[in-house]
Design a protein around this ligand. Sequence first.
Ligand code: ATP
Ligand code: MEV
Ligand code: MG
Length: 303
Amino acid sequence: MITCSAPGKVYLFGEHAVVYGEPAICCAVDIRTRVSVAPADSITISSSLGTTDIDFKTHPYVSAVVERFQDISSLEGVSISIESEIPVGSGLGSSAAVTIATIKALDALLGTGLELDDIARMGHEVEQRIQGAASQTDTYVCTMGGVVMIPQRKGLDLLDCAIVIGNTNIFSSTKELVANVAELNDKFPDVIGPVLSSIGMMSATGEVLVNAKDYVSVGKLMNINQGLLDAIGVGCSELSSFTYAARNSGAYGAKITGAGGGGCMVAIAPHECVSEVAAAIASAGGEVVVTKATDIGVRVESQ
Ligand SMILES: Nc1ncnc2c1ncn2[C@@H]1O[C@H](COP(=O)(O)OP(=O)(O)OP(=O)(O)O)[C@@H](O)[C@H]1O
Ligand SMILES: C[C@@](O)(CCO)CC(=O)[O-]
Ligand SMILES: [Mg+2]
C-alpha cells in the first residue's frame, strides 16, 4: 500500500478574480488529505462521502484522476482510500488536495514517473473538467507547498504569523460559486470587470508586503479584498460576522478564503493574539482551526 498526502490552502488575495486571469497569492496550510492506494481486481474509492466505483456524483475529482491514469497506464483495478483533515467543500482546497494526493499515489503505484509540474498540470486539468472553469492556483499550491503568486508561479516568503480559520460549516460548491460570479459578470460587465481588476491589484501590491513581513499592511489589504468579495456576491452573514469578530480581537486582517458562499474565512494574526481571535470567532458561531503556513507540498508518506 502507498500513502500520499497533500495540504490545504488559504488565499491571502485574489480568489475568483484569478479565474479571469488576475493575480492571486495563495498559501499552503498545515492540514492535509491522505490518500492510500493498493492493487486490486476492480476500482474502489472510499472516503467519508461513501464507497464507490468510478462515480462522478460522489467522487468526481478522484474518478476523473482514475480515468486519466487509465489513459496513460495499464491501470485496471485499484483500491483508493481517502482520509482528510480538510473539511469538504469549505474553501480550504479540499478538492485540490484530494486530486493531487490521488495523482501522486497512483503515480507511485503505477511507476508513471510524473514530475511535480506534471502533477500540478494534471490536477488543474481535472479541476477544469469537474469545476467548469478553474484556475491553476489550488492545484499548484497544493502540489508545491509554500506561498505562491499565480499566474507567475513565484514563491514568496513563508508567512510567520498565525493563521486562524473560521468555518461556517455551510457547504459551498466552488463550481456553483464560480458560475454565479460568471453570471453576475455577464449581466454587469462594466461594474464587475473593474471589481475583479481591483482584486487583482491586491496581489500586485501585497507581494512586496508579504516578503517584507509587513503583516499589518497585508491585513489591511485583506480587509479591502473582503469588501470586494462581498461586492461580487460570494459573502454571507456568518462570514461577515466572523471576519469582524477576528478584526475586533486583534487580527491583522480577515476575509473569506476560497469560493465563499459559506465555507471558511481566514484571519492572519500576531502569535500572541491567537487565543483572543479564536475565541471571538467561536463566540460568533464559527468552528475554529488554528494553523500555520507550510512549505510541504504533495509527498509520499509511506510505501
Ligand atoms: N476527503 C474527500 N474525499 C472525497 N472527495 C472529496 C474530499 N474532499 C473533497 N472532495 C471532493 O471535492 C468536492 C468539494 O470541492 P469544492 O471545490 O467544491 O470545495 P473546496 O475545494 O473545499 O473549496 P475551494 O475550492 O473553495 O477551496 C467534494 O464535493 C468532493 O467531490
Ligand atoms: C474561487 C476560486 O478562485 C478559488 C477556489 O479555491 C476558483 C479557482 O481559482 O479555480
Ligand atoms: Mg475546490
